[in-house]
Design a protein around this ligand. Structure first.
Ligand SMILES: *Cc1c(COP(=O)(O)O)cnc(C)c1O
Length: 360
């Protein structure tokens, strides 16, 4: 099979080794005589998959199982937009957000259903073409919330803002979890849809500081209560078994290639290849993020100054085996997603193409 260079933003590229092992698991899990699709979620085979995935995730995030719970839930990061305030935003409380794009818009909209929402900082005035340059979180806020990487707009927090002591700090890390150098212990809750940088669609990872569980009200529906999932050992109901299985294989792959520090170096090289090519031709390309330090290493967004050449650009990229370069429908232009599993060679192919196209 000839693999394309898959620049899609999610579901996104996975390592071939992971796809091969997952395919074998679909036929037979080890020597068990059953497919991974056929095993019970309370049996020892799944227990091993679940435990291993949780342990690898915490190890890669440099967090301890004494301090943090790990849940593999359904519903996507979008469900967390509602589940997080349902658990941690009382009606008389205020959640404070750094407003940096479409995903923070959605997170705030859901939080407003439960309590107060305040923007601690925003870059909407410049249409999210950078991160906010100033912000202020308030002592006593119910929690502070940040989107670590803005998948659609192409900005990424390199240094994480400080929040006042005692304010729980939450992150939507869907599109850069384990793809960037990060001190995750600064956070009390981290959530991420798996389908960007962790695995296939179907599982959403939530990593929660255990001390937060005492704040969960007993009145909310069981399935949406983090306390329920914690009490049930993260197996309250049937988890997305296959997605957790592939996520676990992907984390194993990440460890096998040197872990987060090695992949971050590779990610930085890939992003530099593409940004350098874009920056060489300011008369052709318009990188949409206007402050260089805010540029994402995971999602590179740009436009053509001559929008009439867009179809030509896309057609030429497809002819060279590249796919998924179209920007998000809400912003247009182009987006190259360079997640952990995206090969360095593909970034070079895109950089070469950007130079050739600019010269035409
Ligand atoms: C994709 C994405 C989401 C939404 O994820 P779903 O799993 O589709 O619900 C939320 N936040 C960020 C930062 C994303 O990239």
């Amino acid at each position: 099979m000839k693999r394309i260079y898959n620049f899609n933003s999610g579901p996104a590229v996975l390592p071939v080794e992971v796809l091969e092992e997952a395919s074998r698991g679909v036929l037979e899990l080890g020597k068990s005589g059953v497919s991974v699709l056929e095993i019970g979620h309370r049996g020892k085979d799944y227990e091993a998959i679940h435990t291993e995935a949780r342990e690898r995730l915490l190890r890669l995030m440099e967090l301890s199982a004494e301090e943090y719970e790990v849940f593999f839930l359904g519903g996507g990061a979008s469900m967390q937009f509602a589940m997080v305030p349902m658990n941690f935003l009382p009606a008389n409380g205020t959640a404070e957000f750094l407003h940096t794009g479409e995903w923070s818009t959605k997170a705030m909209a859901e939080a407003r259903r439960f309590g107060g929402v305040r923007m601690a900082g925003a870059s909407e005035a410049t249409r999210f073409d950078r991160l906010p340059s100033e912000w202020k979180f308030t002592r006593g806020a119910s929690y502070a919330h940040i989107t670590t990487n803005n998948t659609i707009e192409g900005t990424q927090w390199k240094a994480i803002p400080e929040v006042p002591a005692g304010v729980p700090f939450f992150a939507d890390a869907s599109s850069d979890i384990l793809g960037v150098k990060r001190d995750y212990s600064k956070f009390d809750l981290i959530y991420a849809g798996a389908q960007k940088n962790l695995g296939p669609a179907g599982a959403t990872v939530v990593v929660l500081r255990k001390s937060m569980l005492a704040r969960v009200p007993s009145t909310i529906p069981s399935i949406w209560s983090f306390a329920t999932h914690a009490k049930a050992g993260a197996l309250y109901n049937t988890p997305p078994v296959f997605a957790v299985y592939v996520l676990g294989l992907n984390l194993k792959w990440l460890e096998s290639v040197g872990g987060v520090s090695a992949i971050v170096e590779k990610n930085e090289r890939k992003a530099a290849l593409v940004y350098e090519a874009l920056d060489e031709f300011p008369g052709v390309y318009d990188p949409t993020v206007k402050v260089k330090e805010d540029r994402s290493t995971m999602n590179i967004t740009f436009r053509l100054l001559d929008a009439n050449r867009e179809a030509d650009f896309l057609g030429g990229s497809r002819a060279l085996g590249m796919d998924g370069l179209q920007g998000h429908r809400s912003v247009g232009g182009f987006r190259a997603s360079l997640y952990n599993a995206f090969p360095e060679e593909g970034a070079q192919v895109l950089a070469d193409y950007l130079r050739r196209f600019a010269g035409r």
